[in-house]
Every structure is written in structure tokens, then in C-alpha cells.
Design a binder for this molecule. Structure first.
Ligand code: MG
Length: 371
């Protein structure tokens, strides 16, 4: 069965509240949607957000990469040889991981539909005993003034979330106070993950994390304390604190992940499809993580249900993914899609529908014409 056509469209969904990290502030999701169609009319959907501050990808660059390079390279290829398609896509343009992810997700959705299987069953076929059909996601608490972060944290816990991912990285000493105030407000039972989004220097990171440890704030992990290219800094922080360090912006590719694991640049890895360029590369990272005995989180950017659900299928399929940071749909003020995993905060339930499971969406698609 060959790839017949690739169409592009956009979805825009307002967020419940603005999303703020050490890197940016955003008030709605405005993502590219890709539809890949096979000769028999079966189609798959993919999605990519433009997270320029992290991936370097803009809406314009994602669209241009798919129109100008990816679509002309893979249209007409045989879907039975998914590996070949992925290799061709990887080689036709360097970087551009969000564009590749959008098409990769649509291809996996389509491939699983053609096989009549839910994507997680297909991805977990080698170790079916590790498959889980229910995940629990954390929820992001944006970095704000402490009072507001405390209010947001209380609201999240009252709304049923058991795990909070708190964004910090805007002033070390102030960050300790933020987390202390949140811990006091929500009590000892809720899990707190801290994400500095590269906001600290090495020394500031060690000082801040040790202060949280000394204060008994019981932090599950600290994500990306220092700049993504400061590999030695990540190693240093990891060696100097008790709290597990999770690499996020430092790990895009399989090679990045292997280096982190071999040289102990972090204790844990956050796999995001927009960094890996999709499921194909993410599976390679999972294979390596399983060899090294390293646990992974799967996270998302500000994405809606299509690509977040692709990550949910991956998490459901692979035993090394023990943490889910898939709160994109929970941050959206509406769900414009029909079908797919069910987001019943904080649970994500995976039904047995073929593919990712999303059957309809209010998107106007435009066909990519290639010569
Ligand atoms: Mg992060």
C-alpha cells in the first residue's frame, strides 16, 4: 500500500490559563496538523507545535520542511516498509525534528490503522506483558509569583492531580521559597517534580537543589537544571545532589540519549516526540534506556490531542517509560477532536481503536502538490 498524498492544516485551541516557563509565555495552541493518505483512502493524522525556543522550529519552517523536502521524498513509497520511509525522511533534511515528528506520527497512525491495531499494541508487540492501558499524567504549574503558583497548585490537587510539575528557573533563592510554599500548601502526599528549563547556572543549581533537600521538600526529580549545551554542567549537578536529575532539552536524538546514559550526564531522560523527530527515533531511545536500565519520562510541548496521544501510545507500549508529562490536552479549554485516548484528569485511558484513534477534527486541509 503506497502513500498517495499528504495534506496540511492548522488547529487553534485557547488554553485555560497562559503557560509560563523560564523560556516563554503562551496563551493558545496553534499547531500544524498533517494528514497522510494511503492509496485505499485510509489516513493518519500527525501534529506539530512550533516551539522555536526549544526545537528552533517555527510554523513557517515546519510547513516548508514538509512541503519542500519530506513530502516529495516519501509520497509514493510503500507503507509496508516503514523503516525505509523513516530513513528517507531522516536523510532528506537535517534537524527539523518537529516537521519530521508530525509526519512520523501520521505514518504510524496510518500504519496501525492498516494493520487494524491500536498503535500501543503495535509498538509494544515484542513485550506485550509491559503494555499498560492507563497512564497518569502530571500537570504543569507555570512559573509566576509565589501566591499565584500556590493557588494553581491547590487547584490542581483539588482537581484530582497527584503529581505536579512545577516550573522554576527564575532566581534560585526565590525558587526554593516557591517550592516550600507549594509543599506547605498541598501537604506531604502530592508528588512534586521541578523543571528549571535551563534557568540556573551549575553552582546555582547545586545550591538550590541542596537547599530543597535540606528543607525536606521531598522533590521527586529536577528537570534540566542548566543550559542544554552545558553537558559538563549537567554531569556536575547530577554528581553533587541526591535528587535525581532528568535531562530534557539536552536530549533530542538517540545519540544524545546514549551519551547522557554512558557518561552519567543525568539520571533520567525525558523523551518528547518533537525533539526526537517522532516515534521511530523515540523507540531507539527506549531500546537504549532498557539496556542501560534508565527510566524515562515522556513529555510534550504545548501540543493538543493528536501528538500528545501519539506519545501516550508510546508510553503505554514501553516499560522504560515510567513517568508521563502529557498534560497538553488538560491545559486546553476545549477538545475539538473525535475519538482517541480519553483524558480524565489525571488519567489517560487508551481504547482499543485502531491507530491513535482520532477519527475527526475541525481542520481545513490543503493538499501538498508535488511535481
Ligand atoms: Mg522540561
Amino acid at each position: 500500500m503506497k502513500i498517495k498524498r499528504i495534506d496540511l492544516g492548522y488547529i487553534k485551541i485557547p488554553l485555560v490559563t497562559p503557560f509560563k516557563t523560564a523560556l516563554r509565555t503562551v496563551d493558545s495552541i496553534h499547531d500544524l496538523i498533517v494528514k497522510v493518505e494511503a492509496e485505499d483512502g485510509t489516513y493518519g493524522y500527525g501534529e506539530a507545535p512550533a516551539t522555536a525556543v526549544i526545537t528552533g522550529d517555527t510554523r513557517e519552517s515546519i510547513e516548508a520542511a514538509i512541503r519542500g523536502y519530506i513530502a516529495p521524498s516519501i509520497i509514493g513509497m510503500d507503507l509496508d516498509d516503514l523503516d525505509e520511509i523513516m530513513k528517507k525522511m531522516e536523510k532528506c533534511i537535517a534537524k527539523n525534528t518537529s516537521a519530521k515528528a508530525a509526519v512520523d506520527i501520521a505514518l504510524y497512525d496510518l500504519y496501525a490503522k492498516l494493520k487494524g491495531q491500536p498503535l500501543f499494541r503495535l509498538l509494544g508487540a515484542d513485550k506485550p506483558q509491559e503494555i499498560k492501558t492507563e497512564l497518569e499524567t502530571d500537570i504543569t504549574i507555570s512559573v509566576n509569583e509565589t501566591d499565584e503558583m500556590v493557588r494553581d497548585s491547590i487547584r490542581a490537587v483539588q482537581g484530582g492531580f497527584r503529581v505536579l510539575k512545577v516550573k522554576v528557573g527564575k532566581g534560585g533563592a526565590k525558587d526554593v521559597e516557591r517550592i516550600r510554599a507549594i509543599r506547605e500548601a498541598i501537604g506531604p502526599d502530592a508528588v512534586i517534580r521541578v523543571d528549571a528549563n535551563q534557568g540556573w547556572s551549575r553552582e546555582e543549581a547545586v545550591r538550590t537543589i541542596r537547599a530543597m533537600e535540606d528543607a525536606g521538600l521531598n522533590i521527586e526529580l529536577v528537570e534540566q537544571p542548566v543550559s542544554y549545551h552545558d553537558f559538563k554542567g549537567m554531569q556536575y549537578v547530577t554528581s553533587q545532589v541526591e535528587t535525581p536529575i532528568l535531562a530534557d532539552e539536552s536530549v533530542f536524538s538517540y545519540e544524545d540519549a546514549v551519551r547522557i546514559m554512558e557518561e552519567h550526564g543525568a539520571d533520567l531522560i525525558n523523551i518528547k516526540l518533537m525533539k526526537t523527530g517522532g516515534i521511530h527515533e523515540a523507540l531507539r531511545i527506549c531500546d537504549a534506556a532498557e539496556q542501560f536500565g534508565v527510566q524515562c519520562m515522556t513529555g510534550c510541548m504545548l501540543e493538543s490531542k493528536v501528538s500528545v496521544s501519539a506519545a501516550a501510545h508510546l508510553a503505554a507500549a514501553r516499560g522504560c517509560i515510567t513517568m508521563a508529562d502529557l498534560d497538553g490536552p488538560s491545559l486546553c479549554s476545549e477538545d475539538p477532536y473525535t475519538g482517541g485516548p480519553i483524558y480524565r484528569d489525571p488519567k489517560i485511558l487508551l481504547p482499543e481503536d485502531a491507530g491513535i484513534g482520532i477519527s475527526k477534527m475541525p481542520v481545513v486541509f490543503e493538499k501538498i502538490n508535488i511535481d
